[in-house]
Design a protein around this ligand. Structure first.
Ligand SMILES: NC(=O)c1ccc[n+]([C@@H]2O[C@H](COP(=O)([O-])OP(=O)(O)OC[C@H]3O[C@@H](n4cnc5c(N)ncnc54)[C@H](OP(=O)(O)O)[C@@H]3O)[C@@H](O)[C@H]2O)c1
Length: 360
């Protein structure tokens, strides 16, 4: 029986996922006996579905349209304005959220309660209210590896530690490719404003670089890790240090970019102080998970001997200090990019499909 997939989002990650699914379809069928079949694809304008599993040719046509910068709405049979939840089949489907959209959680929770499964690259459904997090993740109904560290086995590692009875005492992590890029540029002698401008021009930042520089994205990842450890936290429990002053929080992106040099002197002074102590600056999320759990998400001075000090460029590093791993267990590697992120999503889709295909 084909396992129906409903993919919401056909941007950078969504397109890479379609490509990987198409290229792995036959190998997965042979290796595990699973037949992954798109039931619907959705972008912000339309849902593409024919009522039957989409053929490989139809999926290829949809991918081609998206690669040409067209919406799915341009495909014959696409339905503009339809919500994907109207297309949920009777048998359990895997709903894949590769959007960056707020407000997806109510429909996803409803789908889980109807017996469907969810795979997320989108962090927002897991960082809304805590009740939605528990409803989504109850009985392992939702997998979310790609929400933290893209394709790195970050969540899998954490869940394995917890499932086998280890005690996670602390998580220390650099989880933003963009902020990693900026810290490396500072190490190399660039000013913060020049580094942000380069990152912006090369497309490493969000369209509004303040979304990276505020630390909010890192805070969402930290919240997902904390909630995965059983803490009933909200975003208020993971405050992050923004790298810009409150006066720069408002106004257009162009105005922000123009005023960027105002940030240089403060960061340069912090860097010089760190360097005088043989240290570097890194944007670090630290979760203390002892009897009084706490979080800190900030630009920190780290001695050169610290594992996070050696990190360069857009790589991520997540270090788990546990009862069994007093010298931390470290996961490190590329933490962004459509291909690695899609691979993280596909790994979750395969694991979910294998469960669904196993007779109960
Ligand atoms: N890129 C990375 O390196 C990376 C790494 C880790 C995690 N992630 C996460 O992966 C997710 C996707 O990232 P991305 O880079 O692929 O984003 P993207 O290129 O901006 O693509 C987002 C897609 O979502 C669609 N969309 C938006 N609202 C929708 C709605 N209400 N219903 C259906 N589709 C909707 C958009 O449709 P339109 O094209 O019609 O606007 C677009 O196809 C994000 O949550 C991101 O944080 C990305």
């Amino acid at each position: 029986m084909p396992i129906p997939l409903i993919q919401i989002g056909c941007g950078g990650v969504g397109q890479a996922l379609i490509q990987q699914l198409l290229s792995q379809h036959a190998a997965l069928a042979q290796r595990y006996g699973i037949d992954l079949a798109y039931h619907a694809l959705a972008d912000s304008r339309a849902v593409y579905s024919t009522g039957a599993p989409l053929t490989l040719e139809q999926v290829q046509a949809a991918l081609h349209a998206r690669q040409q910068g067209q919406s799915l709405a341009t495909l014959a049979g696409a339905q503009v304005g339809l919500h994907w939840r109207e297309l949920l089949p009777v048998s359990p489907a895997i709903i894949i959220d590769v959007t960056a959209t707020d407000g997806m959680h109510p429909a996803l929770v409803q789908a889980v309660q109807q017996g469907h499964r969810v795979v997320l690259a989108n962090k927002k459904p897991l960082t809304a209210d805590y009740a939605s997090f528990t409803a989504l993740t109850a009985h392992g109904a939702t997998r979310y590896e790609a929400t933290v560290g893209a394709g790195l086995p970050t969540i899998h590692t954490l869940q394995s530690l917890l499932d086998t009875g280890d005690t996670v005492q602390r998580i220390e992590a650099c989880m933003s490719g963009t902020l990693g890029f900026l810290c490396t540029a500072l190490d190399d002698g660039q000013s913060l404003s020049a580094a942000v401008l380069t990152a912006y021009q090369q497309g490493y930042t969000e369209p509004d670089p303040r979304d990276d520089l505020s630390g909010t994205d890192v805070a969402r990842k930290a919240l997902i890790l904390a909630r995965s450890c059983g803490l009933a936290w909200t975003l208020d429990d993971v405050p992050s240090e923004p790298l810009f002053s409150p006066e720069l929080a408002h106004g257009s992106v162009a105005a922000f970019l123009q005023r960027l040099p105002e940030l240089d002197a403060g960061i340069a002074a912090r860097l010089a102080a760190a360097q005088s102590r043989n240290a570097v600056l890194r944007y670090v999320a630290t979760l203390e998970l002892g009897p009084q759990p706490s979080a800190s998400i900030a630009l920190r001075e780290l001695p050169l001997s610290h594992p996070l000090a050696a990190l360069r460029g857009t790589d991520n590093l997540i270090a788990y200090t546990t009862a069994r791993y007093p010298a931390p267990l470290v996961v490190r590697g590329a933490g962004a990019g459509p291909a690695v992120t899609a691979a993280g999503v596909l790994t979750d889709v395969i694991a979910t499909a294998r469960e669904l295909a196993t007779p109960e």
